[in-house]
Write a protein that binds this ligand. Sequence first.
Ligand code: NAD
Length: 332
Amino acid sequence: MIKVGVVGYGTIGKRVADAVLLQNDMELVGITANSYNYRIKTAQQKGIKIFPMTAGYEHIEHGISVAGSVDNLIERCDVVVDCTPKGAACKNKEMYKKHQVKAIFQGGESHEVGKSFVAQCNYEEVAGADFIRVVSCNTTGLCRTLHAVDWKYGIKGVHATMVRRAADPWDIRHGPINAIVPNLILPSHHGPDVRTVLPDIEVFTISLSVPTTVMHMHSLTIDLKKQADTEGVIKLFKDTTRVRMVKNAEGIRSTAEIMEYAKDIGNSRGDMPEICVWEETIGTWGNKLFYLQAVHQESNVVPENVDAVRAAIGVCSGEESIRKTNESMSLH
Ligand code: NAD
């Protein structure tokens, strides 16, 4: 059993902890608690062991059983998945080095923190690394479909526009709530980030933020080496793991309906970890390929974190890890 700890129990951390609990080759040693809140109370109700970042008196006062300090958590783990906010995780790296424990970081950190990772693209290259960085939700979404397209048709170049959700659904602090905000940095960081996983793909991205909380949307234009036809691309995406075809013809006309669909199929928390490509948006013109895809930012990186744990330990191949994770999370 691989002993796993989760440091930072927020949007990503609580989902990673639940996904680790589903793995028959992993044990969730526990999670850290920063301040006391409903998430920590829920973790206790689920029987998860809690290790406060600081002395923990606040948690004890609220009836939380404290299993020990953060050092106690780390020293009991083979791998720590750090899901703290952007900038916090790289500071924790010293703590992981001190305890000689392997660590998985998230996409908010820069590439230097660890080897960038998307399971279906570069598992084998990253296997055995002490520090792995699961790239951001947008980068993961781009990598999953671009890797498949490059494999089948070859990619000369990509231009992608990322329409980004303003905030996560629970978040009352961020916006915009009534504006469309262009990102003035060209390219947006997503393009260079894709190249930390798929270095041979030329990709240029721009991004803007819109007032929604339920998924990002990407519009892609790809120059192919070999001409594609729509049917072939539909088949390719149907055969690609962690990519799901959705259809306007079945009433999925928007990201809102994808979220409803995720609830209807019984996904935990109403999550949609697969990248959703609209079948009707797949089109070709000469050697160009176009499509629109939606990315559920809160969940699509969760299976990658589970695979990154196995990659860090080097227990099995990428194919085997993806199969195990997919089966446990009911992913295609
Ligand atoms: P979050 O704010 O929802 O959760 C972070 C958690 O870490 C909170 O529970 C907070 O209390 C705790 N925390 C804060 N500082 C800490 C510290 N120093 N030590 C321990 N715990 C601490 O953040 P999130 O959205 O889950 O993001 C985590 C990481 O995942 C970031 O790198 C982010 O860029 C990345 N990410 C986020 C999303 C998303 O859409 N939310 C998607 C993909 C990747």
